[in-house]
Design a binder for this molecule. Sequence first.
Ligand code: PLP
Length: 793
Amino acid sequence: MNNGLGQEEHTEHDLFHALASSVKDQMLGSWRETRTKDGHYRTKQVAYLSLEFLMGRALGNALLNLELTDESRQVLSQYAIGLEALEELEHDAGLGNGGLGRLAACFLDSCASMDLAVTGYGIRYEYGMFAQKIVDGYQVERPDRWLRDGNPWEVRVPNHNVIVPFFGHTESYIDKGGRRNVIWVDTQDVMAVAYDMPVPGYRNGRINTLRLWKSEATDDFDLTEFNQGDYTEAVARKNLAEQITMVLYPNDASENGKELRLRQQYFLSSASLQDLLNNWVSQHGTDFSGFAKANVMQLNDTHPSVAVPELMRLLVDHYFLEWDQAWEITSNTMAYTNHTLLPEALERWPVRMFQQMLPRILEIIYEINARYLDDVAHHWPGDSEMLAKMSIIEEGCEPHVRMAYLAIVASFSVNGVAGLHTQLLTSGLFKEFYALWPEKFNNRTNGVTPRRWLAHCNPKLTEVLIKRLGGEWVKDLKHLHALNAFTEDKSLLEEWRAVKLANKRELSVMIAKECGVEFVPSMMFDVQVKRIHEYKRQLLNILHVIHLYQKTITAISEGKTDKLVPRCVLIGGKAAPGYAMAKLLIKLANNLAHMVNSDLDVTPYLRFAFLPNYNVSAMEKICPATDLSQQISTAGKEASGTGNMKFMMNGALTIGTLDGANIEMLEEVGEENFFLFGLDAQEVKLLQPNYQPEDFIKQSPALQQVMGLLESGHFNLQEPGIFEPIIESIKSPNDPWMTAADFESYRLAQERVEDAYKESNSWTQMSIRNTACSGRFSSDVTIAGYRDKIWRA
Ligand SMILES: *Cc1c(COP(=O)(O)O)cnc(C)c1O
């Protein structure tokens, strides 16, 4: 443990790198053994393909899983810095936007901890998710140069380099055996260089791999250009190649259609599949008959779905398999996870873009489509409308490739990420596919890893849990159920409250530093942190804070402040840089915060802060300190949510709609331990066609008052009119998020929260029950489902 940790290390940063490097070095042996073992035993290999892995920091998690925390603390005792402070020096690996990317990270931890041979394949973005600053209340994006000080965890493995082709055109020829082969020529080739990150399992000796690809110019590419004497062209093209993995697209739940994004998708898919096939060929030669039994590729949304035609290309063009044999392999190895029902998030790429950038891939997509449409025609004879509706190619003046359809056609498994979501997929968006292939569809409710999201992020609660229950729950979270037997135990209630209070104190230090707002630990901590999106309805929360502000002022003027339940409200999250409405919501939150926090009569009862740069390491401090978790999306819009689960695990109570995994959380913990409100998915759908927000505003005096204050310009005296788009959206009969419709029900649920919070004992009991019932939302449970029902690993 001492290597690299000599007295000559003086800066704290050097110390962090020395400790991280030493932890990585300790993993090298087991890492090699894991690879050997997986190769030797011929266990089924799973490749988890994802454009995003929102890993956060690695040190604390690695120490926990490798059982090195105490030893590290001892080694550090001779230095002026403690372990926690040292952990804070690590840059977050922010290679993802939000839930989808964090899910991939939780899955990697669960797979390694459950001794599964799963490799994550992703992109080594030079710039991860942008850093968010707030200037004059507005979001400002700053580049995230997370690799600036080096990445102590990664290992560059140049012996796994592969070449990925772009552009060019195709030619066909008849070979000696009389077979027509296609070659893709005059391509602009890019080199994919592998960087491996270790993924340690929880105290089981397994070290899995997250393999991230970096794009580089190929050497001979440069050479030809140099030989023609065109030096500047050569350098410019080198830049083009290196651009591919330069930056993560910061869009959550919306596609943006940029050409570079498709390049990233193909780059990842091609590099990963070539790597898998090279691996296979090195062990089995070019006999692929056993490949499908030994391999499965899980596609994290459609982002890597161009892997479908790419696998066909590699098998048919490079290894000369017949189409049918290649299709048998492809359609028995691909599995697709859908993450959203929002139409704006469904990826469609212009055929024109494929034609230019990936001409061979487009030919293969056409062939897949033609053969598949034969099946459709068989199933619905004479129904040409159905053919157009289900075609992978969407016709029109600009034809598009529907990536979700491509993924469904080629996959043996299609899954949603929560019960309601899967139900809505099979009865709505994909209902024709469900009619054609019901056996493909299944549900795998998301989960979060209890290692990072309880054992690591909440050491004080962990100590209490271990004292009562032992430590089995870290590996099998169902053991937390035993807590339900202790809800009458006065000493547990005391300890539980003390832990929450201490965690709130720690969070308030961070909030003071980041927001300049003092959160008082004795007040209720009410939190909504997640990407800013209209469907997640941060606006509903903001309107309610305005209501609390008015209610507080009224109570003060009437001398009835004893009825108020003091609370601190926190909102945090990033808006996609091109999403104007989301950015405006951030501005409104900040202006409102300023108004609330500068009224010293109000602040004893209400404080409000917007936390800049919400990310994984911020969430690790936030969820252990939260009393009330807001999960208030319009029903039917949030596929699952995972933030909701992190809060529940850490004993927060939820105020939420019947959406995503909230429904399953409510089932587990019971209605009496959950603050439910709002329309359900079916009611939303029914109300939509003749929605009249003005009726809802008229029927709610509270909402009327809130709208009055907002419309008066009270929160934007310096910038008149800026919040008009928000006001209009609330009042629009076309508001898909139905904010006005749910306001009153939300407000009443918030009153129930206040009544419940006043009863400290029963609140604590409810908190304990939430933790106790959170076992089903361990990603270990989710992964057990993938393992048994999809991967058959
Ligand atoms: C868990 C998590 C998310 C997902 O949160 P939702 O509330 O499910 O949208 C997003 N970002 C970060 C940093 C997270 O840790």
